[in-house]
Design a binder for this molecule. Structure first.
Ligand SMILES: NC(=O)c1ccc[n+]([C@@H]2O[C@H](COP(=O)([O-])OP(=O)(O)OC[C@H]3O[C@@H](n4cnc5c(N)ncnc54)[C@H](O)[C@@H]3O)[C@@H](O)[C@H]2O)c1
Length: 409
C-alpha cells in the first residue's frame, strides 16, 4: 500500500454540514471531520437520539431542520445524505441559499429533477458534485487514467459484477418499493454505472438489461444484469445480485466494499431480519446503521465494488486489494496507486468536492451524475420492456481537463 499523502497547507476550508445522519451520513462524518480540505461544522437530522449522539461524539451542533443551516452565512456547503426522494428539493433549496452541494447517489429519481438541480446550481454559481460512488475509488480512477493515457491500447470492454447481501440489510419501507426508488436499480447499479463511465472513453449509446425479483417478501429488484454499448464501439457488462447467497468479496481476498478486512457470514443478513415487521425493520436500520452505530475507521485496504476487469488491446486491468493489477503480454504487473488518498473513497469525494468549490472542473459533477441517472433509468426501462434502449442524447464525453481523476490532498 502506498504511503498516505500529507495534507496541503490550507487557508480557509469550506465549512460543511452533513444533512442526514443515517448509514451514508455516518460513514462520511469521520472522513469529513479529519479531512484537510473541508471543515465539518455540524449536521441536520430529524431523529433526536441520533442528533444527541452526533454532538456527544463530535462536539458539533446538530439541527432538526435544514432551514437554520441554509440561513447561516458561516456554512458554505452541505452534504445531502438523505433518502433519495429528498435530494432534488434539498439541492434546489440549498443552491438558492448559496450553498455548495455534495449530494448522494442516486442524484434524483427522474431526469427532470436532475436537470432542475443542475440548473439551480448553475444559476446560483455553486458547486454540485454527486457522490459517494465507487467511481471515486482510487483504483477505478487510476484505471481510468491508464486507459485514457493509451498506455495499454484501445479500450475494448469492461466487466463489472458484485454479489452482496444488499436486499437483507434492514430497510425503510420505500427502499423495497421500486416506484419510490427502492431496490438495486436506483441504489446499487449507479455505483457500477459510475465506475464504468469513469473509465469509458465515449458516451453510452445503448442499453439492454434484465432485472429480477426473486423474493416475494422483498418485492423489488434484487438482481440485474445489463449490456451497455458506447459510441466508440466499446461495451460494458454489469451484473449485481443482493440476495445474500454468494458474496463476491470472497474473490477480493475477503476485503469488504469499504476496504476493511471481512469475516465471511453467508446468510447472516437474512437471518438478522427474521420476523421483523416493517416498522421494526425501519427501527432496526436506525439502531444498527445510523451515525455512531457502526465502526467507521480509515480502511486498511482499497475500497471496491466487487470485481471489475477492463480489457484493452494490450492488457486486462483490474483493481487489486491495494493496487491496480495489469495482465500484459509480458506478464502480470502490480501498479501502485501513486495518488492514493489518506482516506480512500470518501476522502476522494471530499477532495473532489473541495476542488469543485475552488472552481476546478471535476469528473463527478451534476451533469455526470445526471447522465448516470439517465443510464440507470434506461437499465430499468429495458428490464421492464425487454427492449434495447437507444440513448438519443448521450452524455458528453469527458474533456481532457476533467478526466484526470480525483484531485488529491
Ligand atoms: N454512496 C454510498 O456508498 C451510500 C451508502 C449508503 C447510502 N447512500 C445514499 O445515501 C442516501 C441516504 O441513505 P442511507 O442509507 O444513509 O439512509 P438511512 O435511512 O440510513 O439514513 C437517512 C437519514 O436521513 C434522515 N432524514 C430523513 N429526512 C431528513 C430531512 N428532511 N433532513 C435531514 N435528514 C433527514 C433520517 O432520519 C436518517 O437518519 C440515499 O440516497 C442512499 O442511496 C449512499
Amino acid at each position: 500500500m502506498t504511503k498516505p499523502m500529507p495534507p496541503h497547507e490550507v487557508t480557509r476550508r469550506p465549512r460543511l454540514v452533513i444533512v442526514g445522519l443515517g448509514l451514508a451520513g455516518g460513514a462520511m462524518a469521520a472522513a469529513a471531520q479529519a479531512h484537510p480540505r473541508i471543515e465539518l461544522v455540524g449536521a441536520v437530522e430529524p431523529d433526536p437520539a441520533i442528533r444527541e449522539r452526533f454532538t456527544a461524539v463530535t462536539g458539533l451542533p446538530a439541527y432538526a431542520d435544514l432551514d437554520p443551516v441554509l440561513a447561516d452565512p458561516e456554512v458554505d456547503a452541505v452534504y445531502l445524505a438523505t433518502p433519495h426522494q429528498l435530494h432534488a428539493e434539498q439541492t434546489v433549496r440549498s443552491a438558492a441559499a448559496g450553498k455548495h452541494i455534495l449530494v448522494e447517489k442516486p442524484m434524483a429519481l427522474t431526469v427532470a429533477d436532475c436537470d432542475a438541480m443542475v440548473a439551480a446550481a448553475d444559476a446560483a454559481g455553486v458547486a454540485l458534485v454527486v457522490g459517494h460512488t465507487h467511481g471515486f475509488s482510487p483504483a477505478v480512477a487510476e484505471i481510468g487514467r491508464l486507459v485514457r493515457s493509451g498506455a495499454f491500447g484501445r479500450l475494448g470492454m469492461i466487466a463489472a459484477w458484485n454479489y452482496t447481501d444488499f436486499l437483507y440489510r434492514p430497510r425503510r419501507p420505500e427502499e423495497l418499493d421500486t416506484s419510490r426508488g427502492g431496490g438495486i436499480l436506483f441504489n446499487q447499479i449507479p455505483h457500477q454505472v459510475d465506475m464504468i463511465r469513469t473509465i469509458a472513453t465515449a458516451p453510452v449509446t445503448s442499453v439492454r438489461a434484465h432485472a429480477v425479483r426473486l423474493d416475494p417478501a422483498r418485492p423489488t429488484e434484487g438482481a440485474a444484469t445489463a449490456l451497455l454499448g458506447f459510441a466508440d464501439g466499446a461495451a460494458a457488462t454489469l451484473t449485481y445480485s443482493g440476495y445474500d447467497h454468494f458474496d463476491s468479496d470472497e474473490l477480493h481476498d475477503w476485503v469488504a466494499e469499504g476496504g476493511s478486512v471481512k469475516t465471511p457470514a453467508h446468510g447472516s443478513a437474512r437471518a438478522g431480519l427474521a420476523d421483523l415487521s416493517a416498522e421494526a425493520e425501519r427501527q432496526a436500520r436506525t439502531d444498527r446503521l445510523s451515525f455512531g452505530r457502526r465502526k467507521v475507521a480509515r480502511p486498511a485496504h482499497q475500497p471496491h465494488f466487487g470485481e471489475l476487469v477492463v480489457t484493452c488491446a494490450g492488457a486486462d486491468l483490474r483493481p487489486g486489494t491495494d493496487d491496480v493489477v495489469a495482465y500484459t503480454d509480458a506478464g502480470v504487473r502490480h501498479l501502485p496507486l501513486t495518488e492514493h488518498q489518506w482516506w480512500p473513497g470518501r476522502g476522494d469525494v471530499l477532495a473532489e468536492f473541495a476542488a469543485a468549490i475552488d472552481g476546478t472542473p471535476v469528473v463527478h459533477d451534476g451533469r455526470f451524475g445526471r447522465d448516470t441517472v439517465i443510464v440507470s433509468l434506461a437499465i430499468a426501462e429495458s428490464a421492464r420492456t425487454g427492449q434495447e434502449i437507444r440513448l438519443e442524447a448521450p452524455e458528453p464525453t469527458p474533456t481532457p481537463e476533467t478526466t484526470e481523476g480525483p484531485v488529491h490532498v
